[in-house]
Design a protein around this ligand. Structure first.
Ligand SMILES: [Zn+2]
Length: 384
């Protein structure tokens, strides 16, 4: 089986062009990972996702653990086989959803005790369990369990939480190393990589300490967690830039849960390689579309007789075949197809933006691309 590897191919300023090699194929970076919460990108078939150019999707461990269960998925040969997607998959640790969805959660040094949001059943998610569950799922990239800090948090709270996350990261790594020995093999994917997560809130000295301690544990890649939680955009940008600089050059860097197309461009400029976010898919289902001319809300009455496509510059299936008038009608009528067509377009916009970012880096034109992208975004926000 192809082991995990990262190749940095070219840099343009701090922006990086690279390639992830995983047991299920290559991913060109910078990459955007569509979110496939329950083993499916909502409203789409895998065939659509593949055709849009997505090379990797994200699965949510919390959801898959509760339903249908990681053991059931392991018996089906792992997540790839079970869902019928043979390209790379990244799974999160489940921690984020425990913090955001579960009822009655109690965090101790041991782990997170919580009740399922589905049926109230009690569970304990320890760092070791998060590794075991992802190992049974057999994703290509697994994440360590970390503590998700609410924003805003005091420096003391952020420090305490960050230190716990480091202790949990150590336990996660030890557990994975145990699983990799012949005696410990419960894995369905022997080439699974594990990423550590840098925490520390908006306090750069805590971020630095977290980055150094996480890098010392030695993971295949590093994520920056706990951002895009309500902090001002310039704070996020500066934390991302200063933290990315501290991470090893030869490992991929993943900014978790971010963001708008403008965020992606700004964070690529600060050295990030991987992104995931529910914005394109969730907004699509709510009728909010990303276009080269700004955001568009298809519910708006002004589109009732608009025969133009969502985005004249977009070549996705939706824009090639349908008018705003038709898409508005489908949305207003509550047709399922509205979610599908809108999601196709939004994901196409995100993935196409990533492709243009990669091309700009390759031709040493990323700074020019970034300035033009931001200038257009600023002009559009003034107009609206
Ligand atoms: Zn389109």
């Amino acid at each position: 089986m192809q082991p995990f590897a990262f190749k940095l191919k070219h840099t343009d300023g701090a922006a990086r062009l690279g390639e992830l090699r995983t047991p299920h194929g290559l991913v060109d970076t910078p990459a955007f990972m569509p979110v496939g919460t329950q083993g499916a990108v909502k409203a789409l078939r895998h065939e659509d996702v593949e055709r849009l150019g997505a090379q990797i999707i994200l699965g949510n461990t919390y959801h898959l653990f509760l339903r249908p269960g990681d053991e059931l998925i392991a018996r089906r040969g792992g997540l790839h086989k079970f869902i019928g997607w043979d390209r790379p998959i990244l799974t999160d640790s489940g921690g984020y959803q425990v913090f955001s969805l579960a009822a009655r959660r109690v965090i101790t040094e041991d782990g997170a005790r919580f009740q399922s949001h589905l049926d109230g059943s009690p569970h304990l998610l320890t760092p070791e369990a998060a590794v075991d569950i992802q190992s049974r799922l057999g994703s290509d990239i697994a994440m360590v369990l970390d503590e998700c800090l609410a924003y805003p948090a005091t420096r003391d709270t952020a420090a305490e939480s960050m230190h716990r996350s480091i202790r949990w990261a150590r336990r996660c790594r030890d557990q994975l190393l145990r699983l990799r020995t012949p005696a410990g093999a419960i894995a369905t994917n022997g080439g699974q990589a594990q990423f550590g997560i840098v925490q520390g809130g908006v306090f750069q000295d805590l971020r630095d300490e977290s980055a150094d301690a996480t890098v010392a544990i030695d993971f295949e890649g590093y994520a920056i967690g706990g951002l895009s939680v309500g902090e001002p955009i310039d704070v996020m940008s500066s934390v991302v830039g200063d933290t990315a600089r501290r991470l090893p050059e030869d490992r991929p860097r993943y900014l978790m849960g971010t963001g708008t197309p403008e965020d992606l461009v700004e964070c690529v400029a600060r050295g990030i390689d991987m992104f995931d976010c529910v914005l394109p898919t969730r907004n699509a289902r709510n009728g909010q579309l990303f276009t080269s001319e700004g955001r568009l809300n298809i519910k708006n009455a002004r589109y009732a007789e608009d025969d133009r496509p969502l985005d004249e510059r977009c070549s996705c299936y939706t824009c090639r075949h349908h008018s705003r008038a038709y898409l508005r009608h489908l949305y207003m009528a509550g047709e399922m197809t509205a979610g599908t067509l809108n999601t196709l377009h939004n994901l196409s916009y995100y993935l196409d933006t990533m492709k243009r970012i990669r091309e700009a880096i390759l031709f040493n034109a990323f700074e020019k691309f970034r300035l033009e992208f931001q200038r257009r975004a600023d002009r559009l926000s003034l107009e609206s």
